[in-house]
Design a protein around this ligand. Sequence first.
Ligand SMILES: CC(C)(COP(=O)(O)OP(=O)(O)OC[C@H]1O[C@@H](n2cnc3c(N)ncnc32)[C@H](O)[C@@H]1OP(=O)(O)O)[C@@H](O)C(=O)NCCC(=O)NCCS
Length: 183
Amino acid sequence: MYIEPQIFTLKDGREAVVRCAEAADGAQVLALMRQAAQETEHLLRLPEEWDGFTDEAEAVFLRARLADENALQLVCEVAGKVVGTASLDRHVFIKTRHRADVGIAILREYWNLGIGRALFGMLFLQAERWGLTQLELEVVDANERGIALYRKLGFEVYGERPDGVILPDGRRMRDYLMVKKMQ
Ligand SMILES: CC(C)(COP(=O)(O)OP(=O)(O)OC[C@H]1O[C@@H](n2cnc3c(N)ncnc32)[C@H](O)[C@@H]1OP(=O)(O)O)[C@@H](O)C(=O)NCCC(=O)NCCS
């Protein structure tokens, strides 16, 4: 799915662009996901679970995302560098086409600058265009920044999953299931 790019100003005054990911972003998006997996325990994949991916395969994936009428894959670019990505995946069955799942990852150096809020702004715009009535996401209980942002944006916790995540060292994390009603 294509959506028009938007320019916005970060909290530190720099300019950023939120736009659709393209095949040419493959290497940068893959590098971002690998780095983000190292920087936080709050994403589902461990860094090594990105090992099997190649820049070329990621380019193919992003090209397919752009052509997929039920998916939106965004990147946030600062000074030409891809520093964040967010996704919206609309459910495809007729009975659940009013729902979509959200995903987001931003490099640590760029947290708390307003990028999460800006990426969500574009996701909400597309959700409105699709006529969705609710957006859904899952977040581990330790992710205070994420949960704070999601609550500010209108998401509410509707459920909890015990032991949704078990880290390699044995620590267990609970998942919160969150929903934002659109209409
Ligand atoms: C979670 C994440 C997406 C948030 O994005 P971000 O760009 O840092 O968020 P923003 O700067 O847009 O907004 C953060 C908001 O939460 C607030 N906030 C940050 N930490 C907070 C805390 N500990 N308690 C309360 N509020 C907090 C900020 O003040 C800000 O509020 P504002 O928009 O009203 O000013 C980002 O940190 C990230 O990618 N983390 C790693 C990967 C991840 O956790 N992905 C999500 C998995 S569900």
